[in-house]
Design a protein around this ligand. Sequence first.
Ligand code: ZN
Length: 143
Amino acid sequence: MKSISCTLKNTYIGKFDYDCDVLAAINEFCHNNDINSGWFSIIGAVKTSCLGFYNQEDKKYTVKKFDEPMEIVSCSGNISIKDGKPFAHMHIVLSDESGCAFGGHVMHGTIVFAGEFIIQSYEGEKLVRGLDGQTGLPLWQNL
Ligand code: ZN
């Protein structure tokens, strides 16, 4: 394992606008607040969702779209730099009306009905993503 050391800079607690794309909203918030390194947690509900599953052999995401309201049981992720901009890597667990849960890697198209977030921003060394040849994923390159 490899790591960097950083310290807590700020904590933001807030809510999402109705009907926003959760991934775009987090990325925009980080850009507007100069958050280049951080961690976040979200709970609430979505109107639709778009989840990815990374196929390790094909090195491509399989994407599934769900056009139904669901609860955000848990959603968390980290913020680092990709292509020179803040980039949120977000995973989510959703539940349907029957209480069945499933989840995945959040893609654009996951639309908020209501959502509350906590973001912790860090200062110190920055984490920068770049293409990893072994996995085909944009992993942290400076570790
Ligand atoms: Zn992921």
